[in-house]
Design a protein around this ligand. Structure first.
Ligand SMILES: NC(=O)c1ccc[n+]([C@@H]2O[C@H](COP(=O)([O-])OP(=O)(O)OC[C@H]3O[C@@H](n4cnc5c(N)ncnc54)[C@H](O)[C@@H]3O)[C@@H](O)[C@H]2O)c1
Length: 366
């Protein structure tokens, strides 16, 4: 795929992916074009709903759609059985039908939960993703994974339910908190390292300005980053091979999130730490050059993302969480390790003692 332009439309196994400033205004037309003419059940959260739901609903109603709205509490804890149950009740009591559409307006939390509701209510109705965080735009809205958390771990209950449409209006990023912005770019850095060296170069050139650049620069990088994920999931929808590369930085990242009770870091920050660790491991194993690993660290640092483990982290709890990693195969953790910028591979035979040693070395010495 050549360099995609902003506003280009991709097709990702039965989903359309559409990016344009002001795109939310085009939603009624886009729904009609897809034959989605039933009631729209807009699910958002308590931060995003008040900002953007009224104009989306107004545009839909002006075009003759009937629309209902529900704002979930803006927190990861909303990806729960209890919240799902409340949404099922809301939909059923208000007469949801098979031909209706769930609209997920928000970040990955709203997208995962609303997607799961759409996958399961009445054995499945259409979902349209309207992502409002960088992470949701380039990552979680693509690929059809939906789900909720269980007390035993994140995202353990869910279904593959590809959205009929992902419609991205980058104008909504103006209200996204800077910390969430940086965390979203961490996933773009990941896409650059595993699959697109030119994307990495351009992210590197933009550096710290990514956290506050005007939308016209941002949207091209968003589209190119999304294109990496779309390409990977198109080739490996069910995560049997290449899709595992998207877990780059997630192995240690998720262990750090678990060891800190999902409270200290937002996801992209934990992934930044995880990528720094994977880079260190790849260098130690002679798979990657120190110079390229340092470029990655410098870019993450420029984006204000963490690249070391905090001194008060419970290392044993982190190593224990690593071993619980649901993606481990035959008793060994699968590491995604870069071999050059733009290319990575999965490595299952890494000595746990080396991992332990390097985890200790990653603790912040400052
Ligand atoms: N399905 C997948 O493939 C996939 C992939 C990666 C992550 N995820 C999931 O995504 C979730 C994280 O998503 P996230 O990082 O988008 O977090 P999030 O949904 O919690 O959003 C982050 C915060 O930003 C606020 N916000 C969102 N958009 C805003 C905007 N435009 N203006 C102002 N505030 C805004 C939200 O209310 C929230 O407080 C996790 O639950 C993770 O498991 C899923």
């Amino acid at each position: 795929m050549g360099k995609p332009q902003a506003s280009e439309v991709f097709s990702s196994f039965n989903s359309r992916y559409y990016v344009k400033s002001g795109a939310l205004a085009a939603l009624p037309n886009e729904l009609a074009n897809l034959g989605l003419t039933g009631t729209c059940w807009l699910i958002s959260d308590t931060h995003v709903g008040p900002l953007y739901a009224p104009s989306v609903i107004q545009a839909l109603e002006n075009a003759g759609f009937s629309c209902q709205r529900y704002d979930i509490p803006a927190q990861e804890a909303s990806k729960s059985w209890q919240q799902a149950g409340e949404l099922y009740t809301w939909l059923l009591e208000n007469g949801v039908q098979r031909g209706d559409t769930v609209l997920a307006l928000g970040g990955g939390v709203v997208g995962d939960l609303a997607g799961f509701i759409a996958a399961s209510i009445l054995r499945g109705i259409a979902v349209v993703q309207l992502p409002t965080t960088i992470l949701a735009m380039i990552d979680s809205s693509i690929g059809g994974k939906t789900g909720i958390n269980h007390p035993r771990g994140k995202n353990l209950i869910g279904a593959f339910h590809p959205p009929r449409l992902v419609l991205i209006d980058d104008a909504v990023l103006s209200s996204l908190p800077r910390r969430e912005r940086a965390a979203g770019w961490a996933e773009a850095v990941k896409h650059g390292v595993i699959a697109d060296a030119a994307l990495f170069d351009d992210l590197e050139r933009a550096g710290a300005s990514l956290n506050d650049v005007p939308a016209n620069i941002t949207s091209e990088l968003l589209v190119r980053s999304a294109a990496v994920k779309i390409g990977v999931v198109n080739r490996d929808e069910r995560e049997t091979g290449e899709r595992m590369l998207l877990n780059y930085g997630h192995t240690l990242g998720q262990a750090v999130e678990a060891a800190t009770n999902y409270k200290r870091y937002v996801h992209g920050e934990a992934v930044a730490i995880g990528m720094t660790f994977a880079a260190k491991l790849a260098v130690e194993l002679g798979m990657w050059t120190n110079a390229e690993a340092e470029r990655q660290r410098a870019l993450l640092h420029a984006l204000d993302l963490p690249t070391a483990l905090p001194r008060d982290l419970d290392i044993e709890a982190t190593l224990a969480a690593l071993n619980l990693d649901k993606k481990r195969a035959k008793g060994s953790v699968r590491w995604v390790l870069p071999t050059r910028i733009g290319h990575a591979q999965v490595e299952s035979h890494v000595d746990p003692e080396l991992v332990r040693k390097l985890v200790h070395e990653l603790v912040d010495q400052a």
